[in-house]
Write a protein that binds this ligand. Sequence first.
Ligand code: PRT
Ligand code: MG
Length: 213
Amino acid sequence: MSDNITIAVSKGRIFKDAMPLLAALDIYPTEAPETTRKLILETNRPEVKIIIVRATDVPTYVEYGAADIGIAGKDVLLEYNGNGLYEPLDLKIAQCRMVVAELKNSRNEDRGGRKRIATKYVNIARNYFASQGKQVEIIKLYGSMELAPVLGLADQIVDLVDTGNTLKANGLVEVETITDISSRLIVNKGAMKMKNDLIKPMLEKLTEVVAAK
Ligand code: PRT
Ligand code: MG
């Protein structure tokens, strides 16, 4: 019998959406990540801990077994180059879309036929344009992608869109949808075997809760 379980979650929108799912598992953190500086949250269940990490670090903690399970956006998982993870369940939370966007009245500057794409999601963008048979130049940014077309740094961006307000506020329009995005439950491969007595009932309950939504 395994005796404990560590769950990796990022604060912000994923934590907020994950709270009801954790509650369905009878897991209630004793403190909220918004009001504490602690990165390890105890819960009402002594055997369950929640660790708060950056959204992009969740798969790393889980792959290396520093956390047994985690909740990560499909965007993060598509960018992550690892293979030590199970992804058993779409939790259908923190939903959005990965899109290609450009200036509303795009001039489409002539760069010899090769568009410049600014994005934080280099792998997703590269695979997408390759699948379309399009040769592009990809420029890696770490945030505020919406600025790139405005200042002529890039012709298009690849970014996440939810309401579309951010694109609109910066004079951009969506031109293609790459894929729908939601958050997934991920599980460390070793933990799936060694802690199956704890993880299996969690997985069953979550499957039920997600299906009922
Ligand atoms: O913020 P931080 O740098 O710490 O990390 P992060 O940006 O990776 O984390 P966070 O909490 O912002 O996002 C975590 C996850 O939420 C992402 O990995 C996605 O899977 C998911 N998600 C869902 C989103 C959005 N919706 C979303 N709208 N992540 C980001 N956005 C951003 C988007 O990049 C754009 O800047 O919100 C803006 C667009 O929103 P709208 O509503 O104006 O279209
Ligand atoms: Mg963010």
